[in-house]
Design a protein around this ligand. Structure first.
Ligand code: ATP
Ligand code: MG
Length: 305
């Protein structure tokens, strides 16, 4: 059964023009030569949970699709059920860092120093307000890293090498990628054991997915042979719009068991939490967003540590 948590929030977004499901399917199929799996999510096989530690790159080159919200809140919920979690902020915007209460302007060291100057990652790790949850913050100068990395030695493997040192300290490392497929995202994919893609339940949500998957296979061929997109999370689901259901069912048809059963609802509380520097389970623990991300953490991890 697919689930969305609660449906009672007042309408906050206009309903875009209805997507033609078949058109969207054809588009993705053309872009992503993938077998079409069973159309019903009801009989999804049980999710296989990989061994710990898991290093998960949260990637989608489209902007504003819920990468950071998912990184922060999945990370907090995994920590809450007993896993040791490191959030690596690889986006110069620093939203994952500020969303976890870190002031990115006053940092002694950040992911910029780790990637560009070989500073050990533990030197920049900060504790968050959630027990077991740690952050390797980004700072604005990371924006220059894409260019500064170009001539650097083993430029794609900077993060992988940095994480090697702390591999045994964490059960989950969640890497929040920037909205591009540049060298920072490549570093994330080269370091990761798997990729998680958040997909908005909105029109055009699948656009660009082919390019993302092609990049994952390029990284797999050249840098990280075991990398795969293991998890797809449907986010900003609005049960009152047909479009949300159409997109969700399209995505499930294509990606079958990779798609999490739980869908993250569109809720105002989730968008308010970052400005208080808190994950949703601290900001509003009983809200629909908090419940959904808790369920997602259980589904992704298989349950408490
Ligand atoms: P970027 O590509 O810029 O890094 P992103 O993919 O990380 O963006 P987010 O920053 O997580 O996306 O989300 C984009 C905006 O949507 C933010 O303002 C966030 O608060 C809001 N948002 C994310 N998820 C939800 C949700 N489920 N319900 C309501 N608002 C949401
Ligand atoms: Mg982001």
């Amino acid at each position: 059964m697919t689930e969305a948590v609660g449906l009672d929030e007042p309408e906050t977004v206009a309903t875009p023009p209805a997507a033609d499901g078949r058109e969207m399917a054809a588009e993705v199929e053309a872009e992503v030569a993938l077998p079409i799996a069973a159309t019903t999510p009801v009989d999804l096989p049980t999710r296989l949970i990989p061994e710990l530690p898991r290093i998960i790159a949260i990637a989608n080159q489209k902007g504003g699709v819920g990468k950071t919200t998912t990184t922060v809140n999945l990370g907090a919920c995994l920590a809450d059920i007993g896993y040791r979690v490191l959030v690596v902020d690889l986006d110069p915007q620093g939203n994952a860092s500020t969303g976890l209460g870190i002031n990115i302007r006053g940092l002694q060291a950040s992911m910029y120093d780790v990637i560009l100057s070989d500073v050990p990652i533990e030197d920049c790790v900060e504790a968050s307000s959630v027990r077991n949850l740690f952050v390797a913050p980004a700072s604005l100068d990371l924006a220059g890293a894409e260019i500064e990395l170009v001539p650097a030695f083993s430029r794609e493997l900077r993060l992988k090498n940095a994480l090697h040192e702390v591999r045994d300290d964490y059960d989950y490392v969640l890497i929040d990628c920037p909205p591009s497929l540049g060298l920072l995202t490549i570093n994330a994919m080269a370091a990761a054991t798997e990729v998680l893609v958040p997909i908005q339940c909105e029109y055009y949500a699948l656009e660009g997915l082919g390019q993302l998957l092609r990049n994952v296979s390029l990284v797999q061929k050249n840098l990280n042979p075991t990398l795969e997109v293991r998890t797809i999370v449907l986010v900003m689901y609005d049960a009152r719009t047909k479009l949300s259901d159409q997109v969700a069912s399209e995505v499930r048809q294509h990606f079958a068991e990779k798609v999490c059963r739980i869908m993250i609802p569109r809720t105002v509380r989730l968008s308010e939490a970052p400005s208080f520097g808190q994950p949703i389970i601290a900001f509003d623990p009983t809200s629909r967003g908090a419940i959904a991300y808790r369920e997602l953490a259980k589904e992704v991890s298989g349950g408490p540590a």
